[in-house]
Ligand binder design. Structure first.
Ligand code: API
Length: 298
């Protein structure tokens, strides 16, 4: 099937954007995986799909697939690219757009300075809702929250993780230096840990001061990316609750900087998280997607 796409990135987290506002392509997980493949396909961390609004209270549906072909609930960097795309493609003239995702409704706003602010909704802390199974683990209280020891095979001292959802699941651990953090070794072990039945995104957080952080994320279904928007939100929310941050934090990731705000002091734990950052188109193209992409490799 021949289809047009737009390549974009948000702080180095890169995407293939598909426009299904006029027709559905009906792609299979294998075809999403092929599109994301950096050798056999176009190459991306996630595939973002624009669809017409499913209900009158939103402007579009926003669908996300990871590089492994699996559909997921949310993607923060992708949300910023989504509104840049629909605006540049003339699909809307609005600068503030509401989109329906599997995790709920996001409000995306194009700013005059070219960056995008997203209302990411409120974090979710109930372990079962993440989903996370804490059975038999003893939580370590910290600040007005807690961390969980997460035993990893071959790792003597279990890292302690903060567990929460931004619509998608996150486990955040604090490290002294992100550049020296065991992201390659521990990221996959955490991502596929038995305690996370739907797997999890693993964030490695360095606290620089109460308004600055550095972060690397091993993403579920994509591996380490240059930036993770929901991961930055999860890390800042965790850090605020654990007593490390004030309510606005600049997060340095390998691919760029995001600003995350969570006014929990004013609005409590249900306060929405606001994320601001870049959204850049790179190129548009056409590609012939094989019907059965991996037939020759079986
Ligand atoms: N890997 C994530 C989806 C993409 C999130 C990330 N790219 C972002 O910017 O939030 C998951 O499986 O939940």
């Amino acid at each position: 099937m021949r289809l047009r796409f737009t390549k974009m990135h948000g702080a180095g987290n890169d995407f293939v954007v598909l426009d299904e506002t006029r027709q559905r392509y009906g792609l299979t997980p294998a075809q999403y995986q092929w599109l994301a493949d950096r050798h056999f396909g176009v190459g991306a961390d996630q595939i973002l799909t624009v669809r017409p609004a499913p209900t009158p209270d939103v402007d579009f549906e926003y669908v996300i697939h990871n590089a492994d072909g699996g559909e997921v609930e949310n993607c923060g960097n992708g949300a910023r690219c989504f509104v840049r795309y629909v605006h540049d493609a003339g699909l809307t003239h609005k600068r503030r757009v509401r989109v329906a995702t599997r995790a709920g409704v996001l409000t995306l706003e194009l700013r005059d300075d070219g960056r995008v602010t997203v209302d990411m909704g409120a974090p979710v802390f109930e372990p079962a809702a993440v989903p996370f199974d804490p059975a038999g683990l003893q939580p370590e209280p910290l600040g007005d929250w807690q961390r969980w020891p997460l035993p990893l095979p071959g790792v003597a001292e279990a890292p302690r993780v903060a567990v929460l959802s931004m619509g998608n699941p996150h486990a955040v651990l604090r490290v002294d230096d992100v550049e020296a953090a065991p992201v390659a070794a521990w990221g996959p072990l955490i991502e596929r840990h038995a305690r996370f039945p739907r797997r999890v995104n693993a964030g490695f957080l360095q606290v620089v001061d109460r308004g600055h952080a550095r972060l690397r994320v091993h993403e579920r279904g994509a591996g380490e990316t240059l930036a993770c928007g929901t991961g930055a939100c999860a890390a800042v929310v965790a850090g605020i609750r654990l007593g490390w941050f004030d309510e606005a934090v600049d997060v340095e990731l390998r691919g760029g900087r995001l600003t995350i705000e969570w006014p929990r002091g004013r609005d409590g734990l249900d306060a929405p998280v606001r994320m601001t950052g870049p959204a850049e188109p790179v190129f548009t193209g056409e590609v012939e997607v094989p019907q059965d992409p991996w037939a020759d490799s079986r």
